[in-house]
Design a binder for this molecule. Structure first.
Ligand SMILES: [Zn+2]
Length: 285
């Protein structure tokens, strides 16, 4: 006898067997599964650590479980970055686990737990909430990584990558004008991007690196691509764009990195029958 019936059964089945079906990056509605059981948090952590291959990727922060909370999880909140606001919303949502792309304990960060960091960690500990974080392993993952998800959302074809997945590139089926491209980015990602370069340039080949990936621009120039997209920009990108055939566009770190963590949350929802909700922040940077 099927566990679910009707259209819910079909949609659940579709997502279980093909979790990456469809290219939509819109958050899916939260599904409440009947007879939902408690899942041990360690099962989720072990699955993510393995799926994202964390043992083989050097990073600037610890990946995996950063703050230990409830041993069981029935509801997971995903977000790009941990913040007091996200933690408060997770408490309201009665979630046991928060899963983010940006967490705590960066390499050059002061190690003291004071001020803003203390407030956030106190909220997590007092409410017995786990914080699970995946940074570079989530940027470069070949199926759900931020880079591949951005390339797919742009509808690029002939997608390839270099630098172990740190830099992706591909092309549009038809070239578009620079103003059309800029509008497409702003409309699709609900952002206000900044671009430099030749406004009359036709765009067909595209290189990208999400987040603070602006230093990968030279790779796009070396490949003579029409444009390079990143989440952030540096002063130098202006000169590189003006002295090469490659335009540059900065679309916002946050807006370039929503899709990997959202996909990971959806994967966990389908694999473990837990509730999942993606919480966005209106962050223009
Ligand atoms: Zn980032």
């Amino acid at each position: 006898m099927p566990f679910f019936q009707g259209s819910l059964a079909q949609s659940v089945e579709q997502w279980i067997f093909n979790p990456l079906v469809g290219s939509s990056n819109l958050p899916r509605p939260t599904i409440i599964y009947p007879n939902m059981g408690d899942i041990q948090t360690t099962q989720i952590v072990n699955f993510c650590n393995d799926y994202l291959n964390i043992d083989n990727i050097d990073d600037y922060c610890p990946n995996g479980l950063q703050i230990q909370g409830s041993p069981n999880t029935t509801k997971i909140i995903t977000a790009v970055s941990v913040s007091a606001n996200i933690i408060l919303q997770a408490i309201e949502e009665k979630a046991q686990t928060i899963l983010t792309h940006h967490g705590f304990f960066w390499k050059n960060e002061a190690p003291q737990i004071t001020g803003i960091k203390r407030t956030r960690i106190k909220l997590l500990l007092e409410n017995n909430i786990n914080l699970l974080t995946y940074h570079l392993p989530l940027d470069i993952h070949p199926l759900i990584g931020n880079n591949i998800r951005l390339a797919k959302t742009l509808n690029l074809v002939n997608i390839r990558h270099k630098n172990k997945g740190g830099f992706y590139y591909g092309e549009f089926e038809k070239e578009i004008s620079m103003p059309e491209f800029n509008k497409f980015i702003d409309d699709t990602f609900k952002t206000h991007s900044i671009y430099v370069g030749d406004s009359d340039k036709k765009i067909k080949t595209v290189g990208l690196c999400t987040g603070a990936g602006q230093n990968f621009m030279q790779q796009a120039i070396d490949l003579n691509l029409d444009i390079f997209i990143s989440g952030e920009h540096s002063e130098n990108n202006y000169y590189l764009a003006n002295e090469s055939e490659t335009n540059f566009i900065s679309m916002g770190h946050h807006n370039s990195e929503k899709y990997g963590i959202m996909k990971l949350g959806e994967l966990l929802q389908d694999k473990f029958f837990i509730q999942h909700k993606f919480l966005d922040s209106v962050n223009p940077f």
